[in-house]
Design a protein around this ligand. Structure first.
Ligand SMILES: Nc1ncnc2c1ncn2[C@@H]1O[C@H](COP(=O)(O)OP(=O)(O)O)[C@@H](O)[C@H]1O
Ligand SMILES: [Mg+2]
Length: 363
C-alpha cells in the first residue's frame, strides 16, 4: 500500500515537472484533473519539488525548472580536432547523466552542428553551452562566422531568407556538394524535441510532434549562427526511427522529403500561382517521395494545386507527390484538379506504379 502511494506521488511529481513550464494551462488544475486529487495535494507536491531544488517559484502561480547542471566552453575549430574527437574529449561528459539512446542523439546533433561550423561558417571557434533540468537538456552551439542564411543566399540561386528556409527544410541542400550530402540540418531538426537556428535576425524553429512544426520569427539582429537543440532526458526516441521515416520500402536511404507549404507563404498572401507551386517543388526530384504538408494552410488556388498535383507528376513520373494534413477546402481543391487528370497511370502512389505499390510512409 505504502509502495503504491509512493509510486502515485512520483507520478504526480513527474507530471508536474513535465508540464510546469507549459504556459497553455494551469498545472495545478491539470494535475487535479489528471489524478483526481485536491489542489492542496498538488501544492504539497509543488512544495516538495521546490524543496528538492527541481523547480523554483517565479510568481504566485508560476514555476520554472531549475538548472541542475550547466557547462560552457569555447571550442577551437581546427583540422586537428575533428568533431567525433571533440565530442569524446569535451562534450560527452557534460551529458554523462543521460541514457544511451539520448546520448546517441546528442552525439549525432553535436557532431552535425559542430562539423557545420568547421565546414561552412569560416569561424575559428564555437561556443557551446549545455543546460540540464529535471526534464530536458538544452545545447546551444554558436559561431561568429558568415551566418547560415547569408551563406546560402550568396552561394545559391535564392530570393531571400524565406526561400532559403523553404529549401533548407526540404533537405539535400548544400553549398558544398562535392563533400557534403545536405542532410545534417534536416535530420538533426527532426531528431530533437525542439531545434532552432538564429542568424541575421531570423529565427527558424522546429518542434517535433505528430508532424513537422516549423515557425519563422524575426529577432534582434545577431551575427554568426546560433543553433539550439533540446531533448527530454527520458526520451524513448532512437535515431533509426527518424531515418526510417524518411526512407521508403522501395528506396532505402534518404528518399522522402516533407515540404511545409506554409513556409512558401508570405504573410497572409494565399498560395495561388504556378510560380509559387514551382518554387515549392524545386529540387524535389532528388527524392522518391515528396509529402506536401498543408498544416497551417487555409486555402490554395486552383492553378497552384494544378501545377503540383497534375502537371508536375505528369512531367516527373519518378517522384510520388502526396498531400498531408490538408483541411477540407484544400483537399477539395486538390481533388478537383485530379479529376481533370487524363493520364491514368499518373495518380500519386498509384498501385499502377509497381515501385510505389505497398509503400508505407509513416510521416
Ligand atoms: N554554421 C554555419 N555557418 C554557415 N553556413 C552554414 C552553417 N551550418 C550550415 N550552413 C549551410 O547550410 C547548408 C546545409 O547544412 P547541412 O544540412 O548540415 O548540410 P551539409 O553540411 O551536408 O552541407 C550547408 O551546406 C551550409 O551552406
Ligand atoms: Mg552538415
Amino acid at each position: 500500500m505504502a509502495g503504491r502511494t509512493r509510486k502515485r506521488g512520483e507520478a504526480v511529481r513527474t507530471f508536474i515537472l513535465r508540464n510546469v513550464e507549459d504556459r497553455s494551462g494551469d498545472v495545478v488544475l491539470r494535475a487535479t484533473r489528471q489524478f483526481g486529487i485536491s489542489r492542496q495535494a498538488v501544492h504539497k507536491h509543488l512544495k516538495f519539488l521546490v524543496g528538492a531544488n527541481l523547480i523554483s517559484r517565479m510568481s504566485l502561480a508560476r514555476y520554472q525548472l531549475c538548472t541542475l547542471e550547466e557547462h560552457k566552453t569555447i571550442l577551437p575549430v581546427t583540422d586537428a580536432a575533428p568533431e567525433d574527437i571533440v565530442w569524446r574529449m569535451e562534450i560527452r561528459d557534460m551529458l554523462a547523466a543521460l541514457p544511451e539512446n539520448a546520448l546517441d542523439i546528442w552525439r549525432y546533433g553535436f557532431t552535425e552542428i559542430f562539423s557545420n561550423v568547421a565546414a561552412h561558417s569560416g569561424s575559428e571557434s564555437a561556443f557551446v553551452q549545455v543546460r540540464r533540468t529535471a526534464v530536458s537538456t538544452k545545447m546551444t552551439i554558436w559561431d561568429r562566422g558568415v551566418g547560415i542564411f547569408d551563406k546560402l543566399l550568396s552561394h545559391m540561386d535564392l530570393i531571400d531568407e524565406r526561400h532559403a528556409i523553404l529549401e533548407l527544410t526540404k533537405g539535400k541542400l548544400t553549398t558544398d556538394p562535392a563533400s557534403h550530402p545536405g542532410q545534417g540540418i534536416f535530420f538533426t531538426a527532426r531528431i530533437f524535441d525542439t531545434f532552432s537556428i538564429l542568424s541575421k535576425g531570423v529565427l527558424l524553429s522546429h518542434t517535433s510532434g505528430d508532424g513537422d512544426d516549423w515557425t519563422v520569427e524575426t529577432q534582434q539582429e545577431g551575427f554568426g549562427t546560433l543553433v539550439t537543440m533540446t531533448l527530454k532526458n527520458d526520451t524513448s526516441r532512437q535515431i533509426k526511427d527518424i531515418y526510417e521515416r524518411f526512407s521508403s520500402q522501395t528506396s532505402p536511404g534518404f528518399s522522402t522529403t516533407v515540404v511545409s507549404a506554409h513556409l512558401a507563404q508570405y504573410g497572409t498572401e494565399k498560395l495561388v500561382s504556378r510560380s509559387e507551386a514551382k518554387r515549392l517543388l524545386e529540387r524535389v526530384d532528388r527524392f522518391r517521395v515528396a509529402l506536401i504538408d498543408f498544416d497551417r494552410v487555409e486555402c490554395i488556388g486552383q492553378a497552384f494545386a494544378d501545377e503540383i498535383f497534375r502537371v508536375y507528376p505528369s512531367e516527373h513520373p519518378e517522384v510520388s507527390i502526396r498531400e498531408i494534413r490538408t483541411n477540407k477546402e484544400v483537399q477539395d481543391t486538390i481533388d478537383g484538379v485530379r479529376q481533370v487528370d487524363h493520364t491514368p497511370a499518373r495518380r500519386q502512389g498509384s498501385p499502377q506504379d509497381p515501385a510505389l505499390a505497398g509503400e508505407e510512409i509513416g510521416v
